[in-house]
Design a protein around this ligand. Structure first.
Ligand SMILES: [Zn+2]
Length: 211
């Protein structure tokens, strides 16, 4: 028998929830959403409007709003920067091969956090600590006290120097991927966080054209 067995403390759960203030908010809203779910239960698995969007996880971007999506309409694949990473391409291949999408968008955006650091900076920050860094006029600065890790050296963080260039490069990478058929048009855009407008990237136009 273990010496340090202890009776459960009834306040443990409460303390835990105090550290996670968002949890209850989300569950409350979800209960309401589910109560009004209605005929969305009948939605088909393949996206009804047959397209996919690859975009950044930035909290200011809401693809459902900026592109007019309802549940069931389209695939939205999000990551830091909206980059055409191997995993984003994995999702896009599933999107067309199994679920029939026929048109894709790559949408990066102005004022993206991915412009404010480089691989070397990120690796240094993570090596310094695992706490959240401060964003200062001189970029991200580590202020943490926890132990860091060198694991960040093994990750390509896919940072962005120039938005138009990154959109064009990602459209070209997807276009030229051996698992992507030439018939799917790939549109490259930059979402302007100051206006909500999608601005076409001319450099991506030729690269994304269906063959
Ligand atoms: Zn971003």
């Amino acid at each position: 028998m273990l010496d340090d067995q202890r009776t459960p403390n009834p306040t443990d759960g409460d303390e835990m929830e105090n550290c996670m203030p968002v949890l209850n908010e989300v569950l409350e809203v979800n209960a309401q959403y589910a109560a009004e779910f209605g005929d969305k239960r009948d939605l088909a698995l393949p996206p009804a409007r047959g397209f996919a969007i690859l975009t950044c996880m930035d909290a200011r971007l809401d693809p459902a709003k900026y592109a007019g999506l309802s549940e069931g309409d389209a695939h939205v694949i999000r990551n830091a920067g909206g980059r055409a990473s191997d995993d984003a391409i994995r999702s896009l291949v599933i999107s067309y091969k199994l679920l029939g999408t026929k048109e894709w968008f790559v949408i990066h955006h102005s004022n993206c956090g991915m412009e404010f650091f480089t691989d070397e900076v990120m690796r240094g920050l993570l090596e310094s600590s695992l706490d959240t860094a401060d964003l200062t006029e001189n970029g991200f600065v580590d202020v943490g006290t926890s132990e860091g890790s060198t694991e960040g050296h093994y990750i390509d963080w896919l940072t962005i120097k120039d938005q138009a260039q990154s959109v064009a490069a990602d459209v070209a990478r997807i276009r030229n991927h051996p698992l992507v058929p030439g018939g799917i048009p790939i549109h490259g855009f930059i979402y302007d966080v100051a206006t909500g407008r999608l601005v076409a990237v001319p450099e991506a136009k030729a690269a994304g054209r269906a063959r």
